[in-house]
Design a protein around this ligand. Structure first.
Ligand SMILES: CC(C)(COP(=O)(O)OP(=O)(O)OC[C@H]1O[C@@H](n2cnc3c(N)ncnc32)[C@H](O)[C@@H]1OP(=O)(O)O)[C@@H](O)C(=O)NCCC(=O)NCCS
Length: 174
């Protein structure tokens, strides 16, 4: 595994093309089919969600950028309830950057920022056969909360998802 250094940046609407590409790539379709949205719709979504985490909005999206200033992936917090402190994590890594430790690093960075901003519980779901994705979560201290039966259509079949969570009050070296 190479040690690619990353930062999380707030994308601009004009950067939507990259997000469209990672949504469409084969590994995303096979593990986390996210539906079809036009580039225009993605631009609008970026516009609504590209502010600093201290803005108490319901979605925050970041691009994962390498030290070479290349976009390597997208990571987001959705359905954020700032009163309860509960939200949902999602991430997609571009295929040429997969298996280099990038998702693991990006989740660690976003968890730290989120807990500092007042988030108490971060939830995530993974397709039960998406080993890479749940390793990312396990390595960041997420625990398995349960299995959601018949939750997602993958490869034409209704499949189960694992439901994971990380808590701000569980001490871990983030
Ligand atoms: C799943 C995904 C986010 C992982 O990102 P990544 O940056 O490649 O992950 P990392 O490099 O941090 O690796 C995480 C772990 O998974 C392992 N891994 C990577 N690919 C794997 C594979 N195909 N099978 C099994 N393990 C794999 C890595 O070896 C690493 O474990 P290790 O540290 O014990 O060696 C990325 O592959 C992806 O975006 N896939 C498509 C969309 C998707 O599945 N998103 C997540 C939806 S929940």
């Amino acid at each position: 595994m190479t040690d690619v250094q990353i930062v999380l940046i707030s994308p601009q609407p004009k950067d939507a093309y990259f997000w469209l590409q990672v949504r469409k790539q084969k590994s995303t379709q096979e593990n986390n089919p996210v539906g079809n949205l036009s580039e225009k719709k993605l631009r609008e979504q970026i516009f609504e969600s590209n502010r600093d985490l201290n803005f108490k909005q319901s979605v925050h999206r970041f691009y994962i950028q390498t030290s070479e200033k290349e976009f390597a992936g997208v990571i987001s917090l959705r359905d954020i309830n700032w009163e309860s402190g509960v939200c949902e994590l999602g991430y997609l890594i571009a295929e040429k950057f997969q298996n280099k430790g990038i998702a693991t690093q990006a989740v660690r960075v976003l968890m730290k920022k989120s807990f500092e901003a007042g988030i108490k519980k971060i939830k995530a779901t993974t397709y039960v056969h998406n080993v890479a994705s749940y390793k990312v979560l396990e390595k960041n201290g997420f625990v398995l909360e349960g299995t959601l039966k018949n939750e997602i259509l993958i490869k034409g079949k209704i499949q189960d998802l694992y439901s994971w969570a990380a808590f701000s009050d569980v001490k871990k070296d983030l």
